[in-house]
Ligand binder design. Sequence first.
Ligand SMILES: Cc1ncc(COP(=O)(O)O)c(C=O)c1O
Length: 430
Amino acid sequence: MTNPSGNSENFTLHDFYKISGSTLEERVAPFSDVIRDYNAKGYTMYSREVIGSPGPRVSVRDPLTGTIREMIMMGSNDYLGLSHHPLVKNRVIETVQNNGVGMGGPPLLNGMSETHRKLERALARLKSQEDSLIFASGFQANLGWTNALLRSGDVVIFDELNHASFFDGLAATRATRKIRAHSFAHNDLSDLEEMLRRAQEKRGADGQIFVMVEGVYSMDGDLCPLAQVCDLCEKYGATLVVDDAHGTGVIGEHGGGASDYYGVSERVGLSVGTFSKTFGVTGGFISASSKVVDYLRFFSRSYIFSAHLPQSIAAAVLTGCEIIHEQPELRQKLRNNVEYFVEGLRRLGLEVNSTSAIVPIRTPQPIDLRLLNRALHERGLFVNPIEYPAVSLSEQRIRVSLMATHTQADLDEAIGIIRDCGREHGLIAR
Ligand SMILES: Cc1ncc(COP(=O)(O)O)c(C=O)c1O
């Protein structure tokens, strides 16, 4: 079966595996057999065990031999290295010692700490919005706003490459409400405008139009042309929702992400984000006008019915906000690393580009992406293979994620490993 949508997130493995059997064991065994066989042969590299601190160099237990390998980590979303930043770690330790490890329930009923409230305000500043609310994850943030804000008669227009959490939020909401939903071709402004034009006719009497995009797209690291998207949303009276999981803290003059980069933060209706990338921990948030935030606190089921993040995590993210604000040189270092790395790969004859921290390397057929990834792993480079069915076979790629904490030696060594493995596997001419 082919990828049903040509989209990287809008399907599940259920679309590819026929699940049958009268017992639970029978239902799951065929998939389990396949994945175990692949793992035993070293053909897949999922869930590698990282030992110790997940910095730019990591120790990884080899899934085949069990030996521990020192590797260059270029498969992490911790773009600024905040997960192991000394200031972040100290604040977390301090907070755990003073305030314990959990909040005892969801914020609405069981309370939120001063640190959580400070963080909500800091995130609002980062996003040039009035207020924010914090979710247990970015996934839950997307479930939260869709469920809370979309009503029968609304039309939702979205980029076809949006994240799975948006699709799940939309699908769950559409199960009980009559909402029209249309995707537009990735970053295609004329397609978006056509959808907006049609939406004006199709929306219900008090229906609204929502446009949902991402700031930086995770598979290619490319940016959404947000200034033009804002123009279109204003022209057609649509509310713009931007999920900038991968751009927040990384790009923009103040580290506010793609909307900051384009100078349009004030024109965004809802800014969705996660703490699982640049902030190096877990959690998610939505920043918006204070009235929208007030409303979301009482109508987002994934906020109301899910426990609040520990104060230590809120302290880590709050410290991350301070670092993003006070140390723009970290973003500059990351940009320099990306430029240096991209240049190094181009010298090898690879066609690569990036405005963010993500550098995709296409691996056209007949290159066996899994074998190439295995080779990179064995030479000590940890990267993420993005394979079919996550993308179509012709779009398979190695996704390299850079950090501000990579040194030039890390970059040079990684380029050398890619050169050697690329030559062996037909990616780079000998
Ligand atoms: C665009 C986007 N939105 C949401 C998420 C989910 O974030 P979290 O890891 O906090 O659940 C991700 C994570 O991959 C993402 O890339």
